[in-house]
Design a protein around this ligand. Structure first.
Ligand code: FES
Length: 190
């Protein structure tokens, strides 16, 4: 039995346990997403058949809640908060800057699979506005200028295996090559 088959077995047990309860479908879909990473059409169809529901209904729930995703996600999922407190503090411009830097639209994943760009509603931390989350981590008090640094930070955590020199090494190398005067060193004695 492969991993996918095992996941379907676990999912069927969840459906047996929660399928009949109020709110059971949402609970089942949460578990399905946890198991498979996202709610593919196959998974939605499986849930619909097992719960004797129309596929369209399951799909409607899967696409209604922002917590559910119906396409594969990148390694780093960026969610820019578009709630009111963040929106009035330039969240739209921050989102635009991510689009520009990553070369993807909202709710899309970069070709190398490193980043998925998405939005979220208020996550209840408005004092940090404007903010976003990358996976589980919250980054607050953002600026448009800080977006590039954030992207670089997550790229450095996950260097391209095809690159001989990691971005961190390259930066260190640049630092080493900079003239001493640029690095704040004392000028040579006259
Ligand atoms: S509006 Fe963004 S955290 Fe509340």
């Amino acid at each position: 039995m492969n991993a996918e088959e095992r996941n379907y077995l676990v999912l069927d047990k969840i459906i047996e346990r929660y399928g009949e309860r109020p709110g059971g479908l949402v609970r089942v879909l949460y578990k399905a997403q946890e198991l498979f990473g996202y709610l593919s059409p196959d998974v939605q169809t499986h849930v619909a058949e097992k719960m004797c529901l129309p596929v369209g209904h399951v799909h409607g729930v899967a696409t209604f809640y922002s917590q559910f995703v119906t396409a594969p996600q990148g390694k780093n999922v960026i969610r820019v908060c578009m709630g009111t407190a963040c929106y009035v503090k330039n969240a739209g411009d921050i989102l635009d800057r991510f689009r520009e830097l990553l070369g993807v639209e909202t709710d899309a994943t970069t070709a190398d699979g490193r980043f998925t760009l998405s939005t979220t509603r208020c996550i209840g931390a408005c004092s940090l506005a404007p903010l976003l989350t990358v996976n589980e981590k919250v980054h607050g008090h953002l600026s448009v200028e800080g977006v590039a640094r954030l992207v670089e930070l997550y790229r450095e955590d996950d260097p391209d295996p095809d690159e001989e020199v990691s971005p961190v090494e390259r930066r260190r190398e640049r630092e080493r090559q900079r003239p001493a005067s640029d690095q704040g060193a004392a000028p040579p004695p006259h």
